[in-house]
Write a protein that binds this ligand. Structure first.
Ligand code: NAD
Ligand code: GLY
Length: 353
């Protein structure tokens, strides 16, 4: 097992290993000595696969458990599901001294995190990610949110978990598509950090290096979160591919997954940077080759106008400017603040291969 410490407004451990679900009760008890109730927030697919294992482990150490189970899918990460989760906690008389368990992918994690942040003005929670995406990104760093009709993650807050337990054996049940979605975020860390990690992704399939790969990404994310918990500077590097990616998700009415949208977003930004002479042709070529290796898209069918309009609703746009992440080289990405209208040119230059 690997243990990484995240030092943000709260200091907590991320434990990465196998068979951690069976032992989650002891781990949760160690950070929550007095809690009586553990409320698990999860979707129907994850509940069916792993709910009982988590409930039994929690009960063995004396927790009363309750599971709020919602239908899977990004479209469920909304205010209605959030309100239902809040009411569920109140009906089961969950108190501030109890604990919430976010079990599942990024949708469960973001929804459960925001529920925990706001129920009774905040109760402790533990993240148990079960997708690669949640393991390498969403379970760490305390960004919690639900979507509004006008865009992704528009209603949320920063709220750090007490503990993250990443059981890599849960990835064995992931549909290949969902596994690949997570690889898009892993490739993002590769582009940001470069070096042996990027080369390792080119040479060795993710499945064969999963635990080390998750640990590397979490450690990179931890460094950025420690420097800039509230996303005012360095942390925004993690948004590589996300401005266009979020626009693709919105344009597709969330039918295109986050991972695939971010993959296309990264490829578009890299091509645009190359066309503007900011990076060498090698940069978009290596990114596209790696994305293709993991069966991830490098293009989108949406027009520059459609993507631009969707991007304009993004929360990253403030006061007529937007901060974009520009790849100058593999291992060197920079933040660039541009006028919102310049984003149209960035997108349209990146759309043409
Ligand atoms: P997800 O949570 O919807 O999971 C994808 C699918 O996999 C779902 O159908 C789920 O039921 C299923 N699933 C989960 N674990 C499984 C398992 N072990 N075996 C079989 N099926 C399993 O999606 P995701 O890709 O994990 O997360 C995407 C979300 O994460 C988006 O909403 C995105 O905005 C958010 N996100 C948040 C952050 C953050 O910092 N908070 C970062 C990146 C992404
Ligand atoms: N997923 C981007 C971040 O956590 O900042």
């Amino acid at each position: 097992m690997t243990e990484i410490t995240i030092s943000a407004s709260r200091t907590y451990s991320v434990r990465i290993g196998t068979n951690l679900l069976e032992q989650c009760g002891e781990a949760v008890r160690s950070i929550s000595e007095k809690a009586q109730k553990a409320a698990i927030i999860t979707d129907d697919i994850v509940h069916e696969l792993y709910g009982r294992r988590v409930e039994e482990s929690l009960r063995r150490v004396g927790f009363q458990t309750f599971s709020f189970v919602f239908p899977h899918g990004e479209e469920q990460k909304n205010l209605d599901t959030y309100a239902a989760a809040q009411n569920f906690l109140a009906e089961h008389r969950v108190s501030r001294g109890d604990i919430i368990i976010a079990l599942g992918g990024g949708v469960s994690g973001d929804l459960a995190g925001f529920t925990a942040a706001t129920y009774m003005r905040g109760i402790p929670y533990v993240q148990i990610p079960t997708t690669v995406l949640a393991a390498v990104d969403s379970s760490v760093g305390g960004k919690t949110a639900v979507n509004l009709n006008r865009g992704k993650n528009l209603c949320g807050c920063f709220y750090q978990p007490e503990l993250v337990l990443c059981d890599c054996s849960t990835f064995s049940t992931l549909p290949p598509e969902v596994f690949r979605d997570g690889c898009a975020e892993v490739i993002k860390y590769g582009v940001l950090g470069g070096g042996e990690f990027f080369a390792g992704l080119e040479q060795t399939p993710a499945e064969e290096q999963i635990e080390g790969m998750v640990a590397h990404c979490v450690s990179m994310k931890g460094d950025l979160v420690c420097k800039d918990e509230f996303d005012r500077g360095y942390r925004q590097l993690l948004n590589l591919g996300h401005t266009v990616g979020h626009a693709i998700e919105v344009c597709s009415d969330f039918q295109i997954s986050h991972g695939k949208a971010v993959a296309a977003g990264m490829a578009i930004m890299a091509r645009s940077a190359r066309k503007q002479g900011i990076c060498d042709p090698e940069v978009p070529e290596r990114i596209a080759a790696l994305l293709k290796k993991y069966s991830l898209p490098c293009e989108t069918a949406f027009s520059a106008e459609e993507l631009y309009q969707a991007a304009c609703a993004d929360k990253k746009i403030t006061g007529g400017t937007v901060c974009i992440v520009v790849p100058e080289a593999i291992g060197k990405c920079v933040l660039k603040t541009i006028k919102t209208e310049e984003l149209f040119d960035w997108i349209s230059m990146g759309l043409c291969v």
